[in-house]
Design a protein around this ligand. Structure first.
Ligand code: C2E
Ligand code: CA
Ligand code: CA
Length: 440
């Protein structure tokens, strides 16, 4: 019976490939086998922009380039879409990282050819490699492919050299990621996520004039998982959208409660992940929250990180305009942590800039940091943008910020992010006998 082949590429079907690789592993003697799993980054972009026919041509050429004149190749298959896996013979005396470099070089060459023919600057080949040696832990085909695929996923995150050798340590980090993403929904339902609030102080009187909502994950054993650990993971899985919505809802609910109870409240800012730019459902969601809670728009603010603006300035602009239409303020978070900040300031209608805490990192403020901070604050003032410095930890820093006219300060010096109940006390103690709602 004729072997089943993939119609488009003429390669083996994946099941066939696994059987062949299994047989190759069984007879391996005096050499090793490298399983090379590749795909094309931005392949979807080619399909979407130039059509499927062009995508198919690109894929055929890619396969041709990868497999032609390759005497060491044992078998190759298309797993699905643009995912191609192949197994090649590898000499025992060939060094693993030298082999990786070799594949990386070949990838670069193929990329050049494909770019020339397909006019796409962004085309990238991402490759994961897993090496099977005799007597190795991996001696079955499916595990070797799955390891190479894992390495490919790591490669896809790389900016430059998208070719990665599998390493057992990858299993640990992936396991952790899977644990977080598969448990997230349950964690939300079980109330393990809580919103903490960190006060913002007006520089002129050093009284609370706002707060930032920051998410906290408290595991059933009482241990906290901090945002820096889980936010990047849930951003990769896309679940950050749901988690951010959870935070927004909690914040709206809290403000609404305080207003109903006629208690003191301040404008509260929430964070916006870069992932929202892909879907933009955020505007509808925020609109629905305003319909549900009927709170004044001046009481919520949205913090977009500087990197959102640099990722896709056009989309970011749409988002800022959309949020402004809803009546809320928008701030640029982590200002100064990346680049292009200065250009962006003139092009984007933002209300506040939050200077990143890196400026204040030194115990004593360095002269160069002082100059940069005061220039940025001057510039913001001229552009009629409110300035806020985060990460204020000492009296000296706070005094300096007052001196140079920074309008708002936020940091451990005033308060760490605190749970809602504690934050209520913080506000109450600041507001006895004063106006109930203060805005900047
Ligand atoms: P961020 O938005 O820049 O938030 C400020 C971070 O600085 C917070 O860390 C805060 O606890 C910390 N911080 C505040 N004052 C000081 C200080 O004086 N010194 C120092 N060293 N740090 C200070 P946190 O809460 O661990 O959050 C880390 C990051 O995680 C946030 O950075 C934000 O990017 C992200 N994040 C937190 N909550 C959310 C959320 O609900 N949604 C999204 N999308 N991201 C969130
Ligand atoms: Ca923030
Ligand atoms: Ca920040």
């Amino acid at each position: 019976m004729a072997e089943a082949k993939d119609v488009l590429t003429g390669l083996d079907r994946y099941e066939e490939f696994l059987e062949k690789l299994e047989r190759e592993i069984a007879k391996m003697d005096g050499y090793r086998i490298a399983v090379i799993y590749s795909d094309i980054k931005y392949f979807k972009y080619v399909n979407d922009t130039y059509g499927y026919q062009r995508g198919d041509m690109l894929l055929k050429e890619f396969v041709h380039q990868v497999t032609e004149d390759n005497p060491a190749m044992l078998c190759a298959a298309r797993v699905y879409s643009d995912n191609i896996v192949m197994a090649t013979r590898m000499d025992d005396d060939c060094d693993n990282s030298a082999f990786r470099d070799f594949i990386s070089e070949i990838n670069l060459e193929i990329e050049r050819t494909l770019r020339d023919n397909y006019l796409d600057e962004q085309l990238r080949i991402c490759t994961g490699i897993s090496i099977i040696a005799q007597g190795d832990r991996v001696l079955d085909a499916a595990t070797a492919v799955s390891n190479a695929n894992l390495a490919r996923k790591v490669a896809k995150e790389m900016e430059d050299d998208c070719c990665v050798l599998f390493d057992y340590r990858m299993m640990e980090s992936i396991k952790k990621e899977v644990e977080i993403t598969s448990y997230l929904q349950t964690a939300i339902q079980k109330g393990e996520f809580q919103v903490y609030y960190q006060p913002k102080m007006g520089t002129d009187h050093l009284k609370i004039i706002g707060a930032e909502a920051l998410i906290r994950w408290k595991k059933p054993d009482g241990k906290f998982v901090f945002p820096d650990e889980f936010i990047p993971v849930v951003e990769r899985s896309g679940q950050i959208v749901e988690l951010d919505y959870f935070v927004y809802r909690e914040v709206f609910k809290f403000i609404d409660e305080r207003l109903r109870e006629n208690k003191a409240i301040v404008p509260i800012s929430v964070n916006v992940s870069r992932i929202h730019l892909n879907k933009m459902g955020i505007l509808d969601y925020v609109r629905s929250l305003f319909e549900e809670f009927q709170i004044p728009p001046g009481l919520v603010e949205f913090e977009l990180t500087e990197s959102i603006y640099t990722d896709d300035t056009q989309k970011a602009l749409e988002l800022v305009n959309g949020l402004h239409k809803l009546g809320v303020k928008v701030s640029m978070d982590d200002f100064g942590s990346g680049y292009s900040s200065l250009n962006l300031l003139s092009g984007l209608p933002i209300d506040t800039i939050k200077l990143d805490k890196v400026f204040l990192r030194a115990e004593d403020l360095k002269e160069s940091d002082r100059i940069i901070i005061s220039c940025v604050i001057d510039m913001a003032k001229k552009l009629k943008i409110t300035s806020l410095c985060e990460g204020v930890e000492t009296l000296e820093q706070s005094d300096y910020l007052s001196e140079i006219g920074c309008e708002i300060q936020q940091g451990y010096y005033f308060s760490r992010p605190i749970p809602q109940e504690e934050f209520k006390e913080f506000m109450d103690s600041h507001y006895q006998g004063e106006e109930k709602v203060l805005t900047v």
